[in-house]
Design a binder for this molecule. Sequence first.
Ligand code: SAM
Length: 288
Amino acid sequence: MDRLSSHRATKEVVNKHNFKFSKSLGQNFLIDDNVIDRILEGARLSETDRIIEVGPGIGTLTREMGKVAENVVAIEIDKTLIPILQETLADLDNVEVVNEDILKVDVQGLINEKLNGGPVKLVANLPYYITTPIVMKFLEEDIPVTDIVVMVQKEVADRMNAKPSTKDYGALSVAVQYYCDTEIVAKAPRHMFVPQPNVDSIVIGLHVRDEKKYVVDNEDIFFKTVKASFGQRRKTLLNSLGGLGFLSKDQIKEALKAANIDEKRRGETLSIDEFANLSNEINKFSSK
Ligand code: SAM
């Protein structure tokens, strides 16, 4: 078996196994060879790479990664796909399929057991209903991931990639860009999937920085500050930061002044550097 991705090849596998697509598991399989190649390029895949894939489906992207990378561990929740994957990936002994739910599995344990402790790249066409929890799990749980190259709904990619003072800029933009440099890798309109979803997609690359770019004294306070600032988007920072729950109005004023931020500004105008400075000032009060 060479490639699986063309519409015909995918149809053949699906028909042969009488596979029933599950909408609730976000099963929209990619059938465009060009986009698959772009994903591999975006991930700068090489023969020393250890890859985690979430949701291999029938193994279309998995096969192409298995041909290049050192190892691929593909985590698939749907047990009806396991016998299909055993067949479509049979000739690749560096690929292992794990029948688990990505949100419940101990990813670090898997990496230690099957991928020599990492570092790893996460490369996947993600199930849309849990895109953000998956990406944040990899970024926040100290998993040794260097690059995340994933197909996501266009709107989510726009939010991850957004700059301050744009309509898409929000807590997700700050959370992702706090850790990563972002890059739009490829567009994937809805007709490139079967069954066709009712949204368009984008492959986004999140390249985790080796060195921290922002000086944050307390990450917990940083993320709480970001959350409160975007919590009520139309409020000024002076008002929205009240949502933190532990600062008086005077303390908020003082922190904003010390961070050189006008109290009438709204959270959506703050750069990540400004959020970092502000949270460092707020942190001084929380530790008093
Ligand atoms: N990689 C394939 C492709 O590109 O054609 C399939 C991608 S499809 C958008 C998403 C895949 O994620 C499906 O195979 C689905 O069964 C799987 N999936 C959904 N929820 C999951 C979860 N919680 N853990 C692991 N896999 C999941």
